[in-house]
Design a protein around this ligand. Structure first.
Ligand SMILES: Nc1nc2c(ncn2[C@@H]2O[C@H](COP(=O)(O)OP(=O)(O)OP(=O)(O)O)[C@@H](O)[C@H]2O)c(=O)[nH]1
Ligand SMILES: [Mg+2]
Length: 299
């Protein structure tokens, strides 16, 4: 019997825990079972109490204090410890049926998704057939406000792509906190962020303004000796254009839009998650109870 789950990933503060909370609320409202696993050993407060919390195994605070590690080294130690104590996960998850959506709320340290092999090993363990056999997908969140700075947006997109390649599992990318950019981006431009397009770098408002001021930006972009302001200089632009082309050429990354406070938006993301893990195909047809129909059998 398969189980179903999603790993909610992304940089610090991208809105992962908020999305998990909105997803759980939505699932509960739709009478669906879920199991919330917090894998962030530094997380303190939750809208929905986790059904399983890594802090019951190991806490970042204790690790930092006892091992003399900083927050990032401490986090890696916590995950190494988890990998040595996988019974902690098996004991809690083994009895869940295929009705459950298991939601893993991950920490925001980006190195966990890009540099070290712990997460791929964890994913392999969770999805191994004959063992927990969880059909998993990744939901990678990037904050929509990143699109204000186009270079930052492409750098965030590169991290999303790096996580996709590292994890080798069904994956969706999500632009979170869409409410924060409402009315600030033209529809035409937004499309280019949703499916990242290199022309965004060329059409950067900063470049457009420099052109308007009479600067020969094409020449500046082509000048290998440009040592001016590093973040505005030609080399930086060429690097950004190269990164953007790489992302565009791979055609791997596109985004779904999320406003965690809007139920329709959460429902739409959930339908992508369900499709990726083929949740509905595995469900037994359920008998519709009278209370589900919204009336009393006695009436
Ligand atoms: N406006 C707006 N704010 C949001 C949204 N989602 C999250 N936030 C806010 O963003 C901040 C960070 O949200 P979290 O859900 O804690 O982000 P996280 O990715 O879990 O953060 P870490 O676990 O620390 O990496 C909080 O102040 C949230 O209230 C959203 O859709 N819209
Ligand atoms: Mg969080």
């Amino acid at each position: 019997m398969s189980k179903f789950g999603t790993l909610v990933l992304g940089p610090a503060g991208a809105g992962k825990s908020t999305f998990c909370a909105s997803l759980i609320t939505h699932l509960q409202l739709n009478r669906r079972s879920c199991f919330y696993v917090n894998l962030d050993p530094a997380a303190e407060s939750f809208e929905h109490q986790p059904d399983l919390d890594i802090k019951d195994l190991i806490s970042l605070e204790d690790v930092m204090e006892e091992m003399g590690l900083g927050p990032n080294g401490g986090l890696i130690y916590c995950f190494e410890f988890l990998m040595e104590n996988l019974d902690f996960l098996t004991d809690a998850l083994d009895s869940l049926t295929e009705e459950y959506l298991i939601i893993f709320d991950m920490p925001g340290q980006i190195e966990l998704y890009t540099h070290i092999p712990i997460l791929p090993a964890l994913v392999k363990f969770l999805s191994r057939p004959g063992s927990l056999d969880i059909r998993l997908c990744a939901a990678y969140l990037l904050e929509a406000t990143f699109i204000v700075d186009r270079a930052k947006f492409f750098s965030g997109t590169l991290s999303a792509m790096s996580a996709m390649i590292l994890l080798e599992m069904p994956h969706i990318n999500i632009l979170s906190k869409m409410d924060l950019i409402k009315g600030q981006v033209r529809k035409k431009d937004l499309k280019k962020f949703i499916t990242p397009d290199t022309t965004l770098i060329e059409e950067d408002p900063d470049i457009v303004a420099r052109r308007k001021a009479g600067e020969d930006v094409v020449e500046a972009l082509a000048d290998p000796q440009d040592n001016g302001d590093m973040m505005r200089g030609a080399s930086f632009r060429r690097l950004n254009t190269a990164v953007a082309s790489l992302i565009e050429n791979f055609s791997m990354v596109s985004y779904l839009k999320l406003d965690a406070s809007d139920e329709d938006s959460v429902a739409s993301i959930l339908s992508y998650i369900d499709d990726m893990i083929q949740y509905h195909e595995a469900q037994e047809p359920r008998e519709v109870k009278d209370e589900d129909r919204g009336y009393d059998a006695e009436e």
